[in-house]
Design a protein around this ligand. Structure first.
Ligand SMILES: N[C@@H](CCC(=O)N[C@@H](CS)C(=O)NCC(=O)O)C(=O)O
Length: 167
């Protein structure tokens, strides 16, 4: 989506002028978590159909967005802006240490198997600057576990191919 004229061609689909948004038949939907849940609910591969597995997956999707990414993104912005003293560093370290503790004891976040929650959490944690901040081996293994899946590699390559003509 080009930045030019975003006010005119974009706000009807994403009220904040951001990506992603999704069109699926009659449905127009925005917010990455909502788009992911919509796609995941088409079958039980990415979200368990039992109520407990479903609730655990939703819980960790919201945690990825609202407890981890809400810290990583502003921290990352300050880092790339070149601030001398990033005031969010302690907060970031605290959240990353906490998720490291969780990931030490389990392979996947919800329902003892790979779910949409892992897809999103690993996507939030795989940002190079975030990965390079401190030594968190369980998190590192988790990110590798998710990003080495053939489906992740295919989605990643497809996304880059989509942007390639604009480069
Ligand atoms: N809460 C939104 C955040 C989306 C977001 O931050 N999108 C970025 C790209 S990854 C964007 O469009 N940035 C441009 C802008 O904010 O104007 C979601 O998860 O969908």
């Amino acid at each position: 989506m080009a930045f030019e004229d975003r006010e005119n061609n974009h706000l009807a689909q994403q009220p904040f002028g951001q990506v992603p948004f999704l069109s699926d038949g009659e449905l127009e939907i925005f917010e990455s978590g909502a788009c992911l849940l919509h796609l995941a609910r088409k079958n039980s591969h990415l979200i368990p159909s039992d109520p407990v597995g479903d609730a655990q997956t939703v819980q960790w999707i919201i945690a990825a967005l609202n407890s981890i990414e809400m810290v990583t993104v502003p921290w990352w912005f300050l880092e790339i802006s070149g601030v001398e003293d990033n005031g969010l560093t302690e907060w970031l370290a605290n959240r990353l240490d906490k998720i490291e503790k969780v990931l030490k004891d389990r392979e996947w976040l919800a329902a003892n198997r790979f779910t949409a929650a892992d897809l999103l959490m690993a996507d939030v944690l795989r940002v190079p600057k975030v990965r390079a901040f401190g030594d968190r081996p369980a998190t590192e293994r988790y990110v590798a576990r998710v990003t080495n899946r053939p489906a992740f590699k295919k989605a990643y390559d497809d996304q880059l191919a989509h942007f390639a003509p604009a480069d």
